[in-house]
Ligand binder design. Structure first.
Ligand code: BGC
Length: 772
């Protein structure tokens, strides 16, 4: 746990340079725009500890799988988001000395991420070995207004000397992934071009043959006056740049502006990539840095209009929630249905940048409420497009007749995960994908999604579950054997309650969805079922399983059992674990973890979160009180679900306690792993803790409901959501709740147990005293 980020409502601030924190800060201060992103690496040379990271969405490398013991059904490769060409580099040389913060004496160092305007700023003073001192200020961003463009303004002021300043801005494609399985480099150079102030390099990924063209154009200013430069080309292995020198005097400010672009063959024909990159560079350069920055500021301002959460009375909570929202929008903007949200976004290599069930279970609710409907729809369509691969994936494991098993980890629909207990067994992910369809329709009311895309996916998933269960003669019920639940600290278990309940829910929902499509679009329904070779008997089979499924539970304790035999384990509580033994995934052998009763993340409770309407509060409480004390929360996805359930149980203190564990997870490096990258998908969970937890927001029967409380330390909190054509601003204070409806659309809204009319363009205010 660290505590070095200064509290501020709109900015993330680091003051003072501590090289030991550099990799953590590189993650925290990351930039992105949904199409590309990068860690906050320094522009100038840095020979200290760093994790270089520039990423281009959708461009990956199939790194050959490395496992100790091969099992049939394993994927051939693990897709990796590639460390791509580094376009931020600027070598700075004063006479013969290279500016390098690892060797210079650094003072007045400040890094600032302005979340309102979407840029990163860094200022410092450096004293070089020779004693020369200079001041630097850099500002950079990845444009959200034009997501192929990035820009840097890098100013250098010599403070106590006159001399020769040599600048070498460059694009370096000779980069590696830190986590490459065979220590290979993943890029080949196809072409490069350096002409005057412009430089381009076109690289192709090995095996996948994606092409990315990265280009830049530079301008130079002395005290705001533009200078003509005639740089010399620099060409090295997969490296293009320009170098030039200028005589500078003390206190003169020299500013290099570097406008960059990244275009990929995912969006352009390969043969025209270079030409298109040149044209993007020409347009962006014509606008200039200031205009690009203004566009960036405006684009972010409108994102904040739709999504901000304002917390009064707690600056550190305010900073944290905005940081989470900011990073989510830097990662995914929803413009492209081929893209998704890697658990680390564009902030690191871990998890390969691939798609997990995190998207459906955690991120979809966030984008549903904070972005236009197309954004969450595109997340669903991403999976619809991969249905064919999910069917192939299931077939590879022996399933048939159109059964679909979505991968645990994927880039393009193919499974990438290669631990049998996850790949083959952690099949609950299939259910989360179906649940997201349900959630999307519940929120938006857009039932046409079912006939256009959803039903096909639901049928594939239901078919899988039908084949995955088996009839137990002994129990005279259906069972599901050999699975791993969300609690990955146990594998190959039988009858994971969560997976069983999710499986039957999927079959019920697929049946219901079929009914809706049949009524609304009979022709489409008939042709879809025909194309899927659907036999009406499948409905009967599903109904039989729904009726006769076995769900483990314990009568005496009145709880659902995480799996068969869970109570045979030695029952100890997390509070009795010595601090020195935590986190257990770092301190204990895997064998010991597997045999213990400790739970990695919400499992039974994940089910109670999804299907809360089916259970009364007493049931929820008994299960919460039993499972939470056994949960180590060693997945960042865990605390948020607990926070929401605690809020539902009116346990405000615990709801807030769990929220704190998720909200500043990365800012305070809570789990000592921020240097690997940020926990992007769990950031959506933090948002859920506030909106679904503290505000108790739900959509039921097409209506919004709130069941709010104000966390002790806060004076008030308010948030904006989009809902069925309108934008609502909800404000919760000590005295009650007010909701402002910003469009001419009439709504009915539930607050606690009462329904209120909220006419278009009006506001209601309900005092706590009036609430029951
Ligand atoms: C969690 C999974 C999650 C993955 C990626 C793991 O630690 O157990 O539930 O999908 O991280 O975030």
């Amino acid at each position: 746990m660290k505590n070095y980020i200064k509290a501020d409502e709109w900015n993330i601030i680091e003051e003072g340079f501590d090289p030991h924190l550099n990799k953590i800060s590189e993650s925290i201060f990351s930039l992105g725009n949904g199409r590309m992103g990068q860690r906050a690496n320094f522009e100038e040379t840095y020979t200290g500890e760093t994790l270089l990271g520039n990423y281009v969405a959708g461009v990956y490398y199939p790194d050959k799988t490395r496992v100790g013991w091969w099992k049939n059904g394993y994927p051939e490769y693990f897709a990796k988001v590639l460390n791509a060409a580094n376009w931020v580099g600027i070598e700075v040389k004063l006479d013969d000395e290279i500016l390098d913060l690892a060797t210079a004496e650094v003072s007045d160092f400040k890094r600032l991420l302005n979340m309102h305007a979407g840029y990163l700023e860094r200022t410092f003073t450096a004293k070089l070995k020779s004693g020369k001192t200079l001041k630097v200020k850099s500002t950079r961003f990845c444009s959200i207004a034009d997501d192929e463009v990035g820009a840097i303004r890098y100013s250098i002021t010599p403070l106590d000397f006159d001399g020769k300043l040599t600048l070498t801005p460059f694009i370096d494609g000779d980069v590696k992934n830190q986590d490459s399985n065979y220590d290979e480099k993943f890029w080949d150079k196809i072409a490069d071009e350096i002409s005057g102030t412009e430089a381009y390099i076109k690289l192709r990924t090995k095996k996948t043959a994606f092409e990315v063209c990265t280009g830049s154009n530079i301008e130079l200013y002395k005290n705001a006056e533009k200078l003509d430069i005639n740089p010399e080309a620099v060409r090295k292995e997969k490296f293009v740049g320009q170098t030039f020198s200028i005589e500078v005097k003390a206190n003169e400010e020299i500013t290099l502006v570097k406008i960059a672009a990244n275009l990929s063959s995912e969006n352009y024909p390969k043969e025209s990539l270079l030409k298109e990159t040149k044209s993007v560079i020409a347009n962006a350069s014509a606008k200039g840095f200031d205009t690009l920055l203004t566009e960036q500021t405006e684009a972010w301002a409108s994102k904040w209009e739709e999504s901000d959460i304002i917390i009064e009375g707690d600056v550190s909570a305010q900073q944290a929630i905005r940081f989470n929202i900011f990073q989510l929008f830097q990662t995914y903007t929803g413009k492209d249905d081929r893209l998704n949200i890697g658990p680390k976004g564009f902030t690191g290599e871990k998890y390969g940048g691939s798609t997990y069930w995190d998207t459906e279970a955690y991120c979809v609710p966030f984008y549903l409420a904070t972005a236009p409907q197309e954004v969450s729809k595109n997340l669903l369509i991403y999976r619809h497009k991969q249905l064919g691969k999910a069917i192939e994936n299931a077939a590879k494991l022996g399933f048939k007749d159109g059964a679909a098993l979505y991968p645990m980890v994927t880039m393009n629909g193919e499974e990438c995960h290669n631990e049998w207990e996850i790949t083959f067994e952690e099949i609950h992910r299939n259910g989360a994908i179906a649940f997201a369809i349900f959630n999307y329709i519940r929120y938006t009311g857009d039932e046409s999604y079912l006939s256009d895309f959803g039903l096909e996916v639901l049928i594939g998933i239901a078919r899988f579950w039908k084949q995955r269960v088996n009839w137990s003669n002994d129990k005279q019920q259906y069972v599901m054997l050999g699975v791993t639940g969300p609690n990955e600290y146990e594998n190959n278990i039988n009858n994971n309650w969560y997976t069983n309940i999710l499986a039957t829910w999927c079959m019920k929902y697929a049946t219901e969805a079929a009914g809706i499509v049949k009524t609304q679009q009979p022709e489409k329904y008939n042709s879809l079922l025909k194309s899927l070779n659907f036999d009406q008997k499948e409905f009967t089979d599903w109904a039989d399983i729904i009726e006769k499924m076995y769900y483990p539970h314990d009568e005496k304790l009145g709880i659902f059992l995480q799996q068969d035999g869970y109570l045979d384990k030695e029952q100890t509580l997390v509070k009795d674990l010595p601090a020195s033994e935590r986190p257990i995934n770092q301190k204990w052998s895997w064998d010991r973890i597997l045999r213990s009763c400790f739970i990695k993340q919400a499992d039974v409770l994940q089910g109670l979160y999804f299907f809360e309407e089916d259970y009364d509060l007493d049931t929820l409480k008994r299960n919460f009180d039993f499972y939470e004390p056994r949960t180590v929360h060693e997945s960042s996805l865990s605390p948020c679900v607990h926070s929401i359930l605690a809020a539902k149980l009116n346990d405000e203190a615990r709801a807030y306690e769990f929220y704190l564990r998720t909200a500043r997870l990365d800012l305070d490096d809570y789990n000592n792993d921020t240097e690997d990258g940020l926990h992007i998908t769990s950031m959506a969970g933090t948002w859920m803790s506030v909106v679904e937890g503290f505000a108790g927001m739900r959509v039921r029967d097409g209506k919004l409901q709130f069941n709010p409380f104000l966390p002790g330390k806060w004076k008030s909190f308010s948030f904006t959501i989009g809902f069925r054509g309108t934008t609502l601003k909800i404000n919760i204070t000590e005295s009650g709740i007010s909701i402002k409806n910003n469009a001419a659309i009439d709504l009915e809204i539930g607050i606690r147990n009462q329904l209120y009319k909220l006419a278009g363009n009006t506001e209601i205010e309900v005092n706590n005293a009036a609430l029951v």
